[in-house]
Design a protein around this ligand. Sequence first.
Ligand SMILES: [Mn+2]
Length: 415
Amino acid sequence: MSSKFKSSAQNNSLVNQNNNRSGVLELPLESKVNSRERTTNQSNSNLGTSTRRLQNLLENHEGEKHIILIQDFPDPDALSSAWAYLLIAQNYHISCEIIYGGIISHQENIALVKLTNLPAQRYTPEKLETKDLSVYQGCVLIDSQGTNSQLFPILQQANIPLLAVIDHHSKQGELEAEFIDLRPQARATATIVTQYLEEGLINFNSSSNECVKCATALMHGLRSDTNCLMQAQEEDFLAAAYLSRFYDAKLLDAVLQSARSRRVMDVIESALKNRIIKNNFSISGVGYIRYDDRDAIPQAADFLVTEEDIHTAVVYGIVHDEYQDIEVLIGSLRTAKLTLDPDEFIKEAFGKDKTGKFFGGGRNMAGGFEIPIGFLGNFNDNADYAKLKWEVFDRQIKQKLFRLVHPDDSVIKTD
Ligand SMILES: [Mn+2]
């Protein structure tokens, strides 16, 4: 984290308090007298500690303009949670814009955004750099800690204060914000934001079309991060129970019915063909894939982990980003093994980059990684060169993975 950015966290006194989640702190709730109207259905005494702290933050920033940043390749949990946060903030007269740096490529996510009119906008780093960022008084990270967004460094450089971080992934590094709600025990960020809704930061009701659509999106987010609720725990079920009062089952069905594209099927086919199985791990490199098909990688990992005697699947490939003409190696891990922590596994397998940032991390039963290809990264039309480059990266990834999967095995055979 740049020191420049640290100095922009204006409320240093709040930082320490907010890291203390023991609930013993009493924050000045009515520090600001509020004359404007707001549609809430809560009384302060019923609020949980996190919700109360969030309410405090929103009251302190009334009338401002904030950016909600989600990961480059947003999933339903990120998209729906960001939307719910936007609606809550709106209730406190804060106008938010949801932005992401990559692309929405999973067919279900495209359907979700289209069918619900979900207000998320794509910004390439170049486009964000030319935007007048001085109109924003703060930014919020949802379902992310900034490590999976190429836009976060730009917001940091522009000295936009980080106000809130709401996420269920394991801690990825040190962040300072006025409000931090990290709950690695929650299976989805949708569970966390649904609690804010339930505790009444906004009057959620089924007569509002927007609430119904947002509840449907949250239900989808919750389902997709919990493998259709099979990995859900009590608090996730409670969140789903609350959302069930509002969501539109037909709309959710329409989102789930969206078919896989042929190119996604092709990637799954190569993952199946190229897989190497060792110690109940299935590991597969799929070569080069188009930027728009990036989401085929987690879908292929989802598929490989269903094979009998396999508990963990890792699928990776090199994605060519034609907008920026760079290449990046990305991968997904899926596991059914309760004792395998994807976050630990990925951090241990690939380590950190020069700046001390991990190449990836995870949540319950799933994880992802992104490794820059750097100098070798420009796209090259020469087929032999491309093949050679893939082989180098493929071996390097396999070597790092097999070191953990089967420590005695040497992957590199020079004969
Ligand atoms: Mn999530």
